[in-house]
Design a protein around this ligand. Structure first.
Ligand code: SF4
Length: 313
């Protein structure tokens, strides 16, 4: 299985030239965030639709350089007491477990993050001591990059080390790689997460129902006792219609995932064309509440980069 995943991880479109050839277009131009599209994801894109919502997420947009957009909108570094760890809330810490992603989402707020300074694995001894010395922490979140860019052996080593800290009872993994490259959900990964003593929460990142492939739906069925949630980003031209958001929630629920968060765009330079204003977002969310059961309506939030998220509703 791992062999298959490693092989798929190498099957990516990189750069404008390869992408233009694959999609038979001339619309890809190099942007500040390098183009990277796994073929498993590219196969879900309608080549005849220049406005395909999946295509739009991986195609660099023409920056309009508006004020308020910065290279690092959330100032993660301000909440990082030691390299590789972000500590905003008393009960949980977030680890930058990997510097790599299977895909480059052009709206990503961490696209300019200095990963070389913030690698949890290379600073693990200090991180382990930090967590072990703080009994208020009960949850460790693996983020990145994408933590599932680590191979199963490295991931198992990390999970085993976290397990050994007695007051940690919950492990949360944020991943988009599992969605855009379902072959990443290997039997070894499933076994690791199904058998750890930690309560495991997987938070996937799906923005549109077309991203939910049959392979992904089949792969996640193997998880047992793992809570499956989703977070999306509200993106202009991708999912800014109530029917689109409704269909996403219904499709997620059908395969066992509950909608968790709908994030407002973090204002990173280059992502201006994905912006949705607050009034439009709130209106969309209110419409969503009228056509879905409450448990299928994600919370509409903005990450302010401060200690807590702002709930817009
Ligand atoms: S997978 Fe997540 S961290 Fe990676 S580029 Fe996309 S949004 Fe950013």
């Amino acid at each position: 299985m791992n062999v298959q995943w490693n092989q798929q991880a190498r099957e990516v479109l990189k750069g404008a030239s390869q992408s233009n050839d694959y999609f038979n277009t001339h619309t890809f131009k190099e942007g500040s965030f390098p183009i990277k599209i796994p073929l498993e994801y590219a196969n879900l894109i309608d080549k005849d639709n220049p406005n395909d919502p999946l295509l739009r997420q991986v195609q660099p947009q023409t920056s309009t350089c508006q004020s308020g957009y910065t290279l690092a909108p959330l100032n993660d570094e301000d909440n990082s007491p030691i390299d590789g760890l972000i500590h905003k809330y008393p009960n949980r810490v977030l680890l930058i477990a990997s510097q790599v992603c299977a895909i480059h989402c052009q709206y990503c707020f961490r696209q300019n993050f200095d990963y070389s300074q913030h690698d949890a694995l290379s600073n693990w001894t200090n991180i382990e001591r930090y967590i072990a010395n703080d009994n208020n922490i009960n949850e460790v979140i693996l983020s990145g990059g994408d933590p599932l860019s680590l191979n199963d052996q490295k991931l198992a080593g990390l999970v085993n080390s976290i397990e050994s800290i007695k007051h940690i009872d919950t492990l949360r993994i944020h991943s988009r790689s599992a969605v855009v490259m379902p072959s990443r959900i290997t039997s070894e990964l499933v076994k690791l997460l199904n058998t750890t003593r930690l309560r495991v929460i997987m938070v996937f990142h799906v923005n549109h129902e077309n991203e939910l492939s049959a392979q992904f739906a089949k792969a996640i069925k193997q998880f047992q006792g793992v809570t499956l949630l989703n977070q999306s980003v509200l993106l202009k031209g991708v999912n800014d219609h109530v029917s689109c958001l409704k269909n996403l929630s219904l499709a997620l629920h059908k395969i066992g995932i509950l909608p968790y968060y709908l994030h407002m765009l973090d204002k990173v330079s280059g992502a201006e064309n994905y912006f949705i204003d607050d009034a439009t977002a709130i209106n969309l969310h209110q419409q969503l509440q009228t056509c879905l059961s409450g448990y299928l309506v994600p919370k509409l939030v903005r990450d302010s980069g401060k200690k807590s998220k702002t709930w817009l509703l």
